[in-house]
Design a binder for this molecule. Structure first.
Ligand code: HEC
Length: 455
């Protein structure tokens, strides 16, 4: 009886097992590294995808996607997705516009396991992460494909380093775990707290550090229980009035029981200085070698957690965060916050408006992180280099006001003295009133956040 059950189980699994052949039992297709795309074909598609995405297979019919050599490039590049929700969202499988195409790529959405949680919670109709039923692609394979896309997805030529494939780590869905406290630094723990069925909960919590001297942070780790939308560490600007300084270690909700914003809890937010944060369930971010963030003596961190519960049951939010510190003697460059905030916004009612603003830098800056911030009328946030050799080069794009990509630049983007960044942001003001800069989500914003150091 037992044997029979196992046999049935095996039969049930066979299609998946066949499709998830690993390198060692595939000998038919030789590895071809003459171009980045031929490496992707022979090292990834041939090994992990063509069991299903092959002419005649029902999976290929269902997805209308063939990934075998000779067909796959035309099947992927400049082609609309078969998935209706993705098509409606304006995605293509892979475009050739580089960075811009990455965020419009349905292929990328389908394989980027590190963003799994966002994928399933925000895109219930995008189907499953690929390879279906198999192990996720390794971080090396993902980075290799990402490089290929941001370099214009060429059919010929080498645009990504093969050594990237040596990184065989992969996202593990096993989930949430308490972080071990850092050897040197601070640990923060928020929750567990309830998030009601089908509701959002966004809260803040101020934790004083009781540090008598300034400290330098070179690594940030964050781990969140499932359902999190984002987590951010902030400090406060010195100009924060004492009358609105939050109490220590008290949860401050952004919305009351009936879903209205709690105005008193909104006030301190405009004095926030971004320290670090993520939308992924786990993050382990190292600042570049020799670079650290400086926090003054007697400071504290305002912890900001946002959960979105799309299920019919109460879930528990919980977050661990570690800030690793290094002695001042090990710091070569102090990381500075980039915050280009255009408050001069006028968006007439019922119109689509593109706002441009250039910021010039009076010293050479090495920018290693960028992300945009705007509210729900923003449709397109682009950042270009202004001046110098790279004038007009697109360096950042977000098509999603709610989930702007946090772009890590390694090596950093070098902007010389006298050059700058040009922000070009498009808003669709579908309201019947004009909009301007403001803190409430019903107003608008145009901010480029990031981090950099100087010589
Ligand atoms: C076990 C079978 C199987 C394997 C292996 C598999 N896929 Fe799929 N794939 C499917 C099925 C079924 C669909 C349609 C349903 C869905 O999207 O979840 C699909 C859909 C897709 C789509 C969306 C196509 C569209 O236009 O809607 C992409 C992109 C994709 N797969 C890429 C890949 C890649 C890349 C690999 C290998 C890394 C892979 N798949 C491995 C079965 C598979």
């Amino acid at each position: 009886m037992k044997k029979l059950k196992i046999a049935i189980l095996l039969i049930g699994l066979t299609p998946l097992l066949v499709h998830c052949k690993k390198d060692d039992d595939t000998t038919e297709e030789p590895i071809d590294d003459t171009s980045t795309y031929s490496s992707i074909q022979t090292r990834i598609w041939d090994q992990q995808c063509i069991g299903c995405h092959i002419s005649g297979s029902s999976f290929a019919t269902q997805s209308d996607l063939i990934l075998t050599a000779g067909s796959s490039y035309d099947q992927l590049v400049n082609r609309a997705p078969n998935n209706a929700a993705a098509l409606e969202d304006g995605l293509e499988l892979v475009g050739t516009d580089g960075l811009e195409s990455l965020y419009k790529s349905f292929l990328w959405e389908k394989i980027n396991a590190n963003d799994l949680e966002h994928f399933y919670s925000d895109h219930p109709f995008y189907g499953a992460i690929m390879p279906l039923g198999g192990e996720f692609l390794t971080n090396g394979e993902l980075e290799f494909i990402r490089q290929w896309i941001i370099n214009g997805a060429p059919e010929e030529g080498v645009v990504a380093d093969l050594s990237l494939l040596e990184d065989e780590s992969r996202y593990e869905a096993s989930g949430f775990e308490a972080l071990p406290p850092p050897e040197q630094g601070y640990q923060f723990h928020l929750g567990p707290f309830d998030v009601k069925a089908n509701e959002d909960r966004e809260l803040f919590y101020y934790e004083p550090l009781d540090n008598t001297e300034e400290i330098f942070i070179n690594q940030v780790e964050i781990s969140m229980a499932p359902g999190s939308h984002h987590f951010i560490f902030y400090t406060f600007d010195e100009s924060l009035p004492t009358t609105i300084t939050p109490e220590d270690r008290v949860i401050r909700d952004l919305y009351d029981e009936s879903g209205n914003e709690i105005f008193l809890n909104l006030l301190p937010l405009q004095y926030h200085i971004f320290v670090s944060g993520t939308q992924w369930p786990t993050m382990n971010y190292h600042f570049p070698e020799g670079v650290a963030l400086r926090l003054p003596a007697n400071t504290g961190l305002d912890l900001n957690s946002h959960y979105a519960n799309g299920s019919n049951e109460v879930i528990q939010g919980e977050v661990y965060g570690n800030l690793h510190t290094v002695p001042a003697s090990e710091v070569v460059h102090v990381a500075e916050n980039l915050q280009l905030n255009n408050q001069n916004l006028f968006l007439p009612a019922g119109q689509v408006t593109t706002v441009e603003r250039t910021y010039w830098f009076n010293e050479k800056r090495y920018i290693f992180q960028l992300f945009s911030h705007a509210h729900e009328h923003m449709t397109d946030f682009r950042v270009y280099v202004q001046g110098g050799d790279r004038d007009g080069e697109l360096v950042y794009i977000s098509l999603d006001w709610e989930h702007p990509p946090i772009l890590e630049l390694d090596p950093p983007l070098e902007i010389n003295q006298g050059e700058g960044l040009r922000l070009e942001v498009t808003y669709d003001n579908y309201e019947d009133r004009d909009l301007g800069f403001g803190l409430r989500s019903t107003d608008e914003m145009m901010i480029l956040f990031g981090a950099y150091y100087t010589d």
